[in-house]
Ligand binder design. Structure first.
Ligand code: HEC
Length: 271
């Protein structure tokens, strides 16, 4: 009898460990959706995208992000923090996730345990982009950062804008509106902060803090830093290297210059 009970308890623990959930939360409430629940939602349908992570056309069972956010309290200036199971965390403007027409906008793709997705092209352990993955059908507009394609997604949390949450990133009001420093800050927030903090501010922890103890502009030659941001493996290489290369579609040369300008501005500010 005791063995039977132990077996049943062990089995249910194993089921809990394998049950995949996506937590959707606002400032008051939170709901954890199971894979099964989302796959059965009437809004879930086949969605075909030009997938920038798998580098090919992919079709997913997916629910419009707007549908998931509909049950949350979201203000016009709010952001949604998309947190993954691997310390990746990116703030996406809620208004982009809420875009909804017949076939454009953001969708949360749901991996059916009975029909697994292929492993990610860069994955050494054969992991897929599941259990949940934000995919976009808006075409390649500059507004949709490559990092907004958040895979291995675990939670979507409505929160304040990163500019408000992390005031240490800010550019002083005296800096001209047209200065590349401002664009650099915007690109840093939309791309780099998925994995990097700056002087402790931010949520991503896959990569090192880019402010503390030193800012990369203080130890990289500008040309080497630009090369590293385009393609880290072109500067140095090791087996566990994780920072992605950025194509010109996701990060233009002007964006890279702007990010370096913002990093240099922040380094000067502290001297
Ligand atoms: C998907 C995660 C990810 C994103 C996005 C990302 N990085 Fe990284 N970055 C890393 C990781 C991880 C490292 C540590 C080295 C490695 O494993 O590749 C790193 C290393 C670096 C380094 C080298 C630091 C050092 O001292 O060696 C710099 C500089 C850097 N990143 C800047 C950036 C900037 C600027 C952006 C935005 C354009 C960015 N990264 C986007 C993950 C990321």
């Amino acid at each position: 009898m005791r063995t039977a009970i132990a077996f049943v308890v062990g089995l249910s623990l194993a089921l809990v460990a394998h049950a995949q959930t996506l937590t959707v939360a606002d400032r008051q409430s939170s709901h954890a959706y199971t894979t099964k629940e989302l796959l059965a939602d009437p809004a879930t349908r086949d969605v075909t995208v030009d997938d920038i992570v798998y580098h090919r056309t992919m079709t997913y069972r997916a629910i419009p992000a707007a549908k998931l956010l509909k049950r949350t309290k979201t203000g016009v200036d709010d952001y949604v923090q998309a947190r993954a199971t691997d310390d990746f965390s990116i703030a996406i403007p809620a208004r982009l996730l809420e875009l909804e027409s017949a076939d454009t906008g953001a969708f949360v793709a749901i991996e059916d345990p009975a029909a697994r997705w292929p492993s990610l092209p860069q994955a050494k352990n054969k992991e897929s982009a599941g259990p949940f993955y934000i995919v976009w059908r808006t075409g390649r507009t500059a507004e949709i950062s490559s990092e907004y394609w958040a895979y291995k997604l675990a939670a979507l949390t409505v929160t304040d804008s990163p500019y408000k949450r992390w005031p240490g990133l800010a550019v002083d009001a005296s800096v001209a509106a047209t200065s590349p420093v401002r664009r650099g800050l915007d690109r840093f927030v939309a791309v780099c902060m998925a994995c990097h903090r700056f002087h402790g501010e931010g949520e991503g922890t896959q990569g090192p803090d880019l402010g503390t103890p030193m800012n990369p502009v203080d130890y990289f030659q500008p040309q080497a830093l630009r090369k590293l941001l385009r393609d880290p493996a072109s500067v140095r290489h090791w087996p566990d290297q994780k920072m992605p290369a950025f194509s010109a579609d996701s990060l233009s040369d002007a964006d890279i210059d702007a990010i370096v300008a913002w990093l240099s501005y922040k380094a000067r500010q502290r001297r």
